[in-house]
Design a protein around this ligand. Structure first.
Ligand code: ADP
Ligand code: ADP
Length: 230
């Protein structure tokens, strides 16, 4: 599913160079839920940006579903992002003027799909995340946990193959965060979706199948998560 081979990323700021990634190799099989941990500045966001085709590596290669990202032109990349990837962010990134169901429909509308079937899919997804009664609320009428559940539903709308989550519980209290993660875990498992989630929270990371640890732009740990007795 994901094959990262010796990826490096060097940022140049004037005359100084920052090596954000120093040769990362990583294979993530389809359906795996991978948590990426590491201190601030260790390269987690950089790795996520490379996987999301939002940035290009300085050297090395990134293949997703057999497609080498560096060989795709801008049009192909934006189609790939829109159709194959789902994103979840720390601050939800919902459109404040749209209702929950409209927010969930938005990626489909932007992809040119017609409104009526989209609305039905969006409503079904809101039900999946336990928000049936909130479909016509705007973000400022929802709690943080509810906003993130809307964001989960939105990320699933286009039936992506890969979901990238950047600190999805970073702005939620721990109980709300665990609920959102449980939903995310169930929804992605049912759909055989691959997930890469960056998190600082060890309890959040343990929801996944595997934890990769970064420090100074390299992988310093890679372990399976042991199933916990419920
Ligand atoms: P993390 O997500 O683990 O906090 P990042 O991937 O954001 O780490 O950053 C890794 C390193 O790259 C840091 O030293 C950071 O300052 C640097 N960096 C990240 N983005 C940029 C950028 N756009 N320009 C310059 N340096 C950057
Ligand atoms: P939680 O404790 O789950 O984070 P809150 O205590 O923030 O949730 O909210 C509890 C309920 O009140 C939620 O169902 C939410 O939809 C509703 N709510 C929160 N803020 C607003 C608001 N500004 N307007 C209308 N309803 C709200």
């Amino acid at each position: 599913m994901i094959e990262v081979h010796e990826a490096t990323k060097v940022y140049r700021r004037g005359r100084t160079e920052v090596r954000a990634l120093g040769g990362v190799s990583l294979t993530v099989p389809r359906g795996q839920f991978l948590s990426v941990m590491g201190p601030s500045g260790s390269g987690k966001s950089t790795l996520l940006n490379l996987l999301g085709a939002l940035d290009v590596p300085t050297s090395g290669s990134i293949r997703i579903d057999g497609q080498e990202l560096s060989r795709m032109n801008d049009t192909a990349l934006s189609t790939f992002r829109r159709e194959r990837l789902g994103f979840i962010f720390q601050f939800f990134n919902l459109m404040p003027t749209l209702t929950a169901v409209e927010n969930v429909m938005l990626p489909g509308l932007l992809a040119g799909r017609s409104s009526a079937p989209l609305q039905a899919s969006a409503e079904a997804l809101l039900e999946t995340v336990g928000l049936r009664g909130r479909a016509h609320h705007r973000p400022d009428e929802l709690s943080g946990g509810e906003m993130q559940r809307v964001a989960v539903a939105r990320a699933l709308l286009t039936q992506p193959a890969l979901l990238l989550a950047d600190e999805p519980t970073g702005n939620l209290d721990s109980r709300t965060g665990s609920e959102v993660l449980r939903l995310l875990r169930e929804a992605t498992r049912e759909r055989q979706l691959t997930v890469v989630m960056v998190t600082h929270d060890p309890r959040a990371a343990a929801v996944g199948d595997r934890i990769v640890r970064l420090a100074d732009g390299v992988i310093v740990g890679d372990e399976p998560v042991h199933e916990q007795a419920a």
